[in-house]
Design a protein around this ligand. Structure first.
Ligand code: FAD
Ligand code: FMN
Length: 729
C-alpha cells in the first residue's frame, strides 16, 4: 500500500488548539516507527498549507486532522484565516479541491459566544462540500465547561478513524472508543488494578484522603480505577519516551518548540525581541516589542496592597517611535511574562536533569523553566497523569492518577480547580514527586500570554498604550496561602516605583525625583476584528462594561473625543509635519495613530453614547473622574452607574438597563437608529444576565418577532473576559 500524507492543521488565537495539535502530532509520531500507513505526520498552521499543500488535495490522497478555535465574534484565528477564506469561497458543485482528502475536525469554542465553534463548523462543512470524506463527525469542545474531555476523546478516536479510512476499511468496522457525549470519558485499560496500599505519611495523600472523606467520595488509595481510561491521550510513559521533536517553525521562520519560538535563555530570548526602532517591523507573539512601562497608578484599592483585597491598576507602556506597533480602540495588548526567579527556585531542585538538547543545541534547566514551562498554571488532568509516574512513593502516584482520572473529577474540582493549584503547589504536597526536565517540557504548555484591552486611543497618545486590570490575589482554601496572578501580580511588583513611590521623594515633582530604571515588558498587538467603533461616528453606541469591563470603552470614548479634536484642528489650521494615517500632525502636539480620523471630519454630529457601569461601592468606581469629564465635555451622553453593595437605583447594570426610560432609550438607539451595542466583562455571569435583560427590553419591539429573536438578529460585538472567578458587582 502506498504511503499517504497526514497533515495536522491548526488554527489558534491564544494557543490552545496549537498545543493540542502539537501533542497529538507527538503522539502520532511515536506510533509511526511501527506504523507505515502515512508518511511522517506534518504539523502546520492553516495559513501555511494554502500555497504548498492545498493544490495537491484534489490529486493525491491526503489525510487531515484539523483542530481550530473560533475567536472574536465568530472569527477564524489569524493563522488559519487564509485557509478559511479560500475554502469558504469555493463553490461545492464546481470545486472539488478536497477530492482526495479524508478529514476530521476538532472545533474549540465557548458557549458563552453566540457563534459557538463557528470556524470549525464552517471548515468541517466546506471540506465535505469540496469533495472531502469526513471520517468522523465534527467534535466540539466547550471552554465554558472544560475542553479536556472532548479533546481527549477526539485524540483517542481521530487517528484510528483517519488511519482506517486511509486503508480503505469500512469505518463502521473500526474498533475505536465511542465519542464522549458531553464529557463522558471512554474506558481504558492501562491502569493496573490496585493492591491495597499501606497508610501514607505524604501530606498530599493525607489531605486528599481527608477531602474525599469529607465529601463522601471514595478513598483515593483504595478506589479502583483499573479499566478506566485515563484522560489526556498522551500517556506519561509515551511522553517521556518521545524524543524532543521539533517540527514547527515560528511564524517568522525561526525554530519553534510546540509551535512557540525557542526563547529559552536570555540570549535567545533577547534575539527574538525587537527593541530597535527599525521601520516596518511587525510585532507579534513570536517577535514582541520590549516596552518600557512609563507610568502606573492605582485606579482603586491602593490601600489594599498586601492585604489580599481588590485593587485595580492602570499602566502605560511605551510604543516604538517608528509606528511599528499599531492598534485601534477595541484591540488588546498581548503580554508575555517569564516565570519569576522565586518560583523557578522553588521547584528547580526537584526537577531531574540539568539541560535538554533541542535541535542540537543545549539549553540549561534554569532558562527552560524560566522562559518556557507553564508550571504556574492550574494543573490539567493530563499533566497529573503524566506526573503520577514521576513519584517514588506509590501512594502519591496512585493519588495523582486518581486526580487525573474521570472518577477523580469531583476531587479534581475540589482540590485542583477550587484552589487553582499549580506544579509549585503540587510539589509541596507530594514530596516524592520529582519529574525529569524533558518530561516536564513535554507535559506542560508554554507560558501563555495574557491579554489586556487598551484604554487609550492612538489619536490621544501616539507614544504609548494604556491598559487596566484587577490584580488577581486570593487565598487558597486548601492551605490559606496567598496566590498572586502571574501577570497582574508581577506588574504590581515591578511598578512599585510608580505605585508606592519612596515617601522621601513623594512630595517632589516627578521631574525632580531620582531617576530609576524603567521596568519593561514584552508586548505584541492582539487586534480585534469586530469589537470596533462604528466607522461612521454619527452612529449611537451603548456600552455595557461593569468592573474592568469598562477598559475598552475608555479607549472608545477617548477616540471619539480626540477624533473630534483632530478634525477641528485640521479645519482651523494648515498643518505641517508628519503625514500619518490619512492626516497631518503638528509636531508632538497632536499625537495621532494609524486609525483614520476621516469620519470625524464630516460635519455630522457625533452619535449619542451611553455607558452602563457597575461595581461594588463608590470607592471601587474606576475612571470616575474621566467618565464625569467625558459627560461634561459631551463625549459621553450619559453614564449610568450602580453600586451593588450600596443603596441606589439598581444593584447591577441589568437593573439600570431595565429601568423604563433607559430601556426605551436602548430600544430607540439600537432598534430604530441602528446603534451599536457592546458588552464587555466577566463571561461567567454578567454577559449572560445582560443578554437575558436585552431580550426583555426588546420583547414587544415592533417587527422584532420577540426579544430573543431580536437579540439574535442584533449584530453587536461582545467581548468576554473569562478572568474572574468572583464577579465584580
Ligand atoms: C481578549 C482579552 C482581553 C482581556 N482584557 C482584560 C482587561 O482589560 N483587564 C483585565 O483585568 N483582564 C483582562 N483579560 C484577562 C487577562 O488576560 C488575564 O487573564 C487576567 O488578568 C489574569 O492574569 P494573571 O496572569 O494575573 O492571573 P493568572 O495567574 O492567570 O491567574 C488567574 C487564574 O487564577 C485563578 N483565580 C482567580 N481568583 C481566584 C479565586 N478567588 N479562587 C481560586 N482561583 C482563583 C483562576 O483560575 C484564574 O483563571 C482579558 C482577557 C482576554 C482574553
Ligand atoms: C477574545 C475571544 C473571543 C472568542 N470568541 C469566540 C466565539 O465567537 N465563538 C466561540 O465558540 N468561542 C469563542 N472564544 C473561545 C475560544 O474559541 C476558546 O477559548 C478556545 O479554547 C481558544 O482556543 P485557541 O487558544 O486555540 O484560540 C473566544 C475567546 C476569546 C479569548
Amino acid at each position: 500500500m502506498a504511503e499517504q500524507a497526514l497533515l495536522i492543521i491548526y488554527g489558534s488565537a491564544t494557543g490552545n488548539s496549537e498545543h493540542i495539535a502539537t501533542q497529538l502530532h507527538k503522539k502520532i509520531q511515536a506510533l509511526q516507527p511501527t506504523d507505515s500507513t502515512f508518511t511522517p505526520a506534518i504539523l502546520l498552521d492553516g495559513n501555511s498549507c494554502v500555497k504548498t499543500n492545498l493544490p495537491n488535495w484534489s490529486k493525491s490522497p491526503t489525510s487531515i486532522i484539523l483542530i481550530t478555535s473560533t475567536t472574536g465574534d465568530g472569527d477564524s484565528p489569524e493563522n488559519i484565516s487564509r485557509l478559511f477564506r479560500t475554502l469558504k469561497r469555493k463553490s461545492s458543485a464546481v470545486d472539488k479541491i478536497c477530492g482526495c482528502v479524508n478529514f476530521c475536525v476538532l472545533a474549540l469554542g465557548d458557549t458563552n459566544y453566540s457563534k459557538f465553534c463557528y470556524t470549525g463548523e464552517v471548515l468541517d462543512k466546506k471540506f465535505k462540500e469540496c469533495g472531502g470524506t469526513r471520517v468522523m463527525p465534527l467534535t466540539k469542545a466547550d471552554e465554558a465547561t472544560g475542553l479536556e474531555e472532548q479533546v481527549s476523546s477526539f485524540e483517542d478516536r481521530a487517528y484510528a478513524c483517519i488511519k482506517a479510512a486511509a486503508l480503505g476499511q469500512d469505518l463502521s468496522d473500526v474498533d475505536v472508543p465511542p465519542p464522549a457525549p458531553n464529557g463522558d470519558t471512554p474506558k481504558i485499560t492501562n491502569v493496573t488494578a490496585p493492591t491495597p496500599l499501606p497508610t501514607s505519611t505524604s501530606p498530599g495523600v493525607i489531605l486528599l484522603q481527608k477531602l474525599c472523606a469529607a465529601s463522601s467520595l471514595p478513598d483515593p488509595l483504595t478506589f479502583d480505577i483499573s479499566g478506566e481510561e485515563v484522560l489526556g491521550g498522551l500517556q506519561s510513559s509515551q511522553a517521556s519516551s518521545v524524543a524532543l521533536d521539533i517540527q514547527g517553525k515560528g511564524e517568522e521562520g525561526g525554530s519553534s518548540l510546540n509551535g512557540y519560538p525557542l526563547s529559552l535563555n536570555d540570549s535567545v530570548a533577547e534575539s527574538g525581541t525587537i527593541t530597535s526602532t527599525s521601520s516596518h517591523t511587525h510585532y507579534t507573539r513570536q517577535q514582541p516589542y520590549s516596552s518600557p512601562i512609563t507610568s502606573a497608578r492605582y485606579l482603586a484599592g491602593k490601600e489594599n496592597y498586601g492585604k489580599g483585597e481588590r485593587r485595580v491598576i492602570e499602566i502605560c507602556m511605551e510604543l516604538p517611535d517608528d509606528f511599528g506597533y499599531e492598534y485601534t480602540p477595541g484591540d488588546s495588548v498581548g503580554i508575555l511574562i517569564p516565570n519569576s526567579p522565586e518560583s523557578v527556585n522553588s521547584i528547580e531542585s526537584r526537577i531531574k536533569g540539568e539541560s535538554v538538547m533541542i535541535e542540537g543545541e543545549e539549553f540549561g534547566k534554569d532558562g527552560v523553566l524560566r522562559e518556557r514551562v507553564n508550571f504556574n498554571g492550574v494543573l490539567r488532568r493530563r499533566e497529573l497523569i503524566g506526573l503520577s509516574e514521576a513519584c517514588t512513593d506509590p501512594s502519591e502516584s496512585t493519588c495523582l492518577k486518581y486526580l487525573g482520572s474521570k472518577s477523580g473529577s469531583a476531587i479534581y474540582t475540589k482540590f485542583i480547580t477550587a484552589n487553582s493549584l499549580s506544579l509549585v503547589h503540587l510539589m509541596e504536597f507530594f514530596p516524592s514527586l520529582s519529574p525529569g526536565l524533558e518530561e516536564v517540557l513535554n507535559l506542560f504548555t508554554c507560558i501563555p500570554p495574557r491579554y489586556y484591552s487598551v484604554t487609550t486611543s492612538p489619536l490621544q497618545n501616539v507614544k504609548g498604550v494604556g491598559v487596566a486590570f484587577s490584580v488577581v490575589d486570593y487565598k487558597m482554601e486548601v492551605n490559606g496561602d496567598r496566590r498572586l496572578g502571574h501577570v497582574t501580580g508581577h506588574f504590581e511588583e515591578i511598578c512599585g516605583m510608580y505605585l508606592r513611590p519612596d515617601p522621601r521623594f513623594a512630595r517632589l515633582p516627578i521631574a525632580l525625583r531620582p531617576k530609576l530604571p524603567c521596568p519593561s515588558v514584552k508586548i505584541f498587538p492582539f487586534p480585534s476584528k469586530h469589537f470596533k467603533l462604528p466607522a461612521d461616528p454619527s452612529y449611537p453606541i451603548v456600552m455595557v462594561g461593569p468592573g474592568t469591563g469598562v477598559a475598552p470603552f475608555m479607549s472608545f470614548i477617548n477616540h471619539r473625543k480626540f477624533g473630534r479634536k483632530v478634525a477641528k484642528h485640521e479645519t482651523e489650521e494648515t498643518c505641517e509635519g508628519e503625514w500619518r494615517g490619512g492626516f497631518e500632525l503638528e509636531g508632538e502636539e497632536l499625537a495621532v495613530g494609524t486609525e483614520d480620523a476621516q469620519g470625524y471630519r464630516s460635519s455630522k454630529e457625533i452619535g449619542e453614547s451611553h455607558l452602563f457601569f457597575g461595581c461594588r461601592t463608590r470607592k471601587d468606581w474606576i475612571f470616575e473622574e474621566e467618565i464625569k469629564a467625558f459627560e461634561k465635555g459631551g463625549e459621553l451622553t450619559k453614564a449610568h452607574v450602580c453600586f451593588s453593595r450600596e443603596e441606589g437605583e439598581g444593584k447591577y447594570v441589568q437593573d439600570l438597563m431595565k429601568k423604563e426610560e433607559n430601556a426605551e432609550k436602548i430600544r430607540d438607539l439600537i432598534a430604530k437608529k441602528n446603534g451599536y451595542l457592546y458588552i464587555c466583562g466577566d463571561a461567567a455571569n454578567m454577559a449572560r444576565d445582560v443578554l437575558l435583560c436585552l431580550e426583555e427590553i426588546f420583547d414587544g419591539c415592533e417587527g422584532g418577532g420577540g426579544g430573543k429573536k431580536m437579540v439574535e438578529k442584533l449584530k453587536f460585538p461582545l467581548i468576554l473576559f473569562c478572568y474572574q472567578l468572583v464577579p465584580d458587582n
